[in-house]
Every structure is written in structure tokens, then in C-alpha cells.
Design a protein around this ligand. Sequence first.
Ligand code: SF4
Length: 82
Amino acid sequence: MIRKLRGANMDIDLTTPSTAISWDQARCPWNEVEGTDEHRCAVKNVSICPYFCGVEYLDQVLCCYPQEGLMQVDIRQGEEAV
Ligand code: SF4
């Protein structure tokens, strides 16, 4: 059985220098376009990227850049419901 538990306080990025890790890491498409490493998927206690759509086993980020993420749609629908 796999449980889906809400509210995780995540710290996720695709910006670790290759010299600091022993596995291949994909590049963030937003960072690629802007030529930076400033964008993070999730910063613990602080924020979640607007293009972040979750994670998939084991360590894959689901990214919808450059389209609006599911979280933004949820927020907008919440605003419309008020
Ligand atoms: S969710 Fe996508 S666009 Fe946002 S920081 Fe992660 S990889 Fe980059």
C-alpha cells in the first residue's frame, strides 16, 4: 500500500553542481531559458515554484514549465469559489 500524505514541507531543486553529487541531475527548464540557477522547485518553509506539479517515485520532479502549474489552477479556482 502507498499512502498519499498531504502537507509535506519540501526542499527540492535541480541546481546542485554536478561536482557535489554522484548522480545525473536534469536542468530546470526555467533556469535554462534565463541562464540562471535561481529557480527552485520547493524551498522548505518558504515557497513552491508556480510550475511545480509534484514528484514521482523516486526522485523525479513533475514540471509543467512554461505552462501554469496545477497549484496555480487550484488557487485561481479557490478565488473563483469565494
Ligand atoms: S518546478 Fe520546474 S520550473 Fe520550477 S524550479 Fe522546478 S524544474 Fe524549474
